[in-house]
Ligand binder design. Structure first.
Ligand SMILES: [Zn+2]
Length: 205
């Protein structure tokens, strides 16, 4: 599906409208597709700055924005076996009161976890490539990640909480690892409608 749309373009801290750009919803790959089990290829600096990568990042952000419960998307999930993932964490129906300082918008390119801190905690996880199931997955509460951003700038930063959890899920995708591989508590597997019910209940409590 191709949609011509006004698009927000970030330039530094300024946000501008760009009426000429096009964005499309990318077809998602689902569990069972071999691309989700492959090791993704790293991008060179030149690749990162290419028009194709810029367009792919814009399309991935657009695709993710259209998925109500998605907080991250890795390139293999849209059929590109490259080491690129998008994170977009903000308040949603299931997370209505997520404080603004916990919102995040990131493009992680060639990301590597260089350090894990402390213990792991279990949080419910789902995946855009397997929309029907959720389960508790143990992940480190705090990690240190080295990565390139979309301008090919290198970063090495600490992340914690939900963001650290999501980053670990997305980096797994780049290594052909899926969240179901990491579930320890098999009895925690639930359907999407059960998950939504629980989140609604947790909100009231
Ligand atoms: Zn996933």
């Amino acid at each position: 599906m191709n949609e011509k749309k006004r698009q927000i373009v970030r330039r530094g801290n300024r946000v501008e409208w760009d009426s000429m750009s096009t964005r499309k919803i990318l077809r998602r790959r689902e569990f069972g597709d071999p691309i989700l089990r492959a090791e993704a290829r790293e991008l060179s600096r030149q690749n990162i700055l290419s028009k194709q990568t810029k367009q792919l990042i814009a399309d991935m952000r657009y695709t993710l924005a259209k998925k109500k419960y998605g907080v991250g998307l890795a390139a293999p999930q849209v059929g590109q076996s490259i080491a690129l993932a998008i994170i977009e964490i903000k308040s949603t129906k299931t997370r209505p009161r997520l404080p603004k300082h916990k919102w995040a918008s990131l493009a992680l390119i060639n990301p590597k976890i260089v350090r894990f801190y402390g213990q792991r905690q279990q949080l419910y996880e789902g995946c855009i490539s397997f929309a029907e199931a959720f389960a508790k997955v143990p992940r480190y509460k705090k990690i240190r990640v080295r990565y390139f951003d979309e301008k090919a700038k290198t970063h090495e930063k600490n992340f914690d909480g939900l963001l650290a959890h999501v980053i670990q899920h997305e980096i797994d995708h780049l290594n052909g690892v899926l969240f179901v591989d990491r579930v320890k508590d098999k009895a925690s597997f639930i359907t999407q409608s059960e998950y939504i019910k629980r989140m609604a209940k947790a909100k009231k409590e």
